[in-house]
Design a protein around this ligand. Sequence first.
Ligand SMILES: [Zn+2]
Length: 279
Amino acid sequence: MAAEGIPIYDNHVHLRPDGRGMEALKEFQAAGGTGITLVNLPYPQIPVDGLNDILDSYRLTMAQAMQARELPGLEVNVAIGPYPVLLMTLEERHGLESAEAIMTAAVDCALDFVRDGEAQAIGEVGRPHFPVPEPIWQASNRILFHAMCGAAEIACPVIIHSESAVPEVMAEFASMADKAGLDRGRVVKHFSGPLNRPELCHGVLPSMPASRKALREALDNGGPFLLETDYIDDPQRPGAVMSINSVPKRVKAALSNGEMDERTAWSIGEDIPRRLYRP
Ligand SMILES: [Zn+2]
């Protein structure tokens, strides 16, 4: 089956000012990609010492998005928020209490960008993906909960960066969302495995690296999911994560060998992202 006209969405892309930037997105489009979520990340050009630096990094992401939206036919949604590991950087400089206050303020500023229609999601927020001291863990959870409460007010998605998703972790995020009054379907677990069955994801939306094995399992499971690369656009490590054309390549291959039907392709390429980012 041809993939002609099929929408193909990468739900987690980072760009760097010293990286390939728009060239990478052109390669994505040439491979058949039609939409991305551009996700803010600390940039080496903007060392983070306080709230203003985080805001500068948001503005850089917004500038990248403006450029990307000039590429004809590319749908660009933007996620901004304080990267979870920044809490530790800030803690070293300011102590944990001030670090948490800065992170919380950074969440509030990100929510303002979404409220103004400049960004479409809060992310990536959450907690470090490696073991950290208990006070850091607790503070991270408070910051995430704060993000979910704010997101609930404006019905916006929250993209979570955390340790590996297992069903128990998904259940924890689901109950956190319930307490915050945020629809579980607006909680996106970045770098998830194929947990797209209700008893595995508990209503949280898995966003999965586009590996062949994970995709096959996700298609068997049948529940909603999204695909991503987590492309980092690092000039020093060009092949460090998946290349920018991975999602289009994987979707086209799955369509042509019959593993994926066209309805599913439309669902993960257009319907789910649209419902998520443009409710
Ligand atoms: Zn990322």
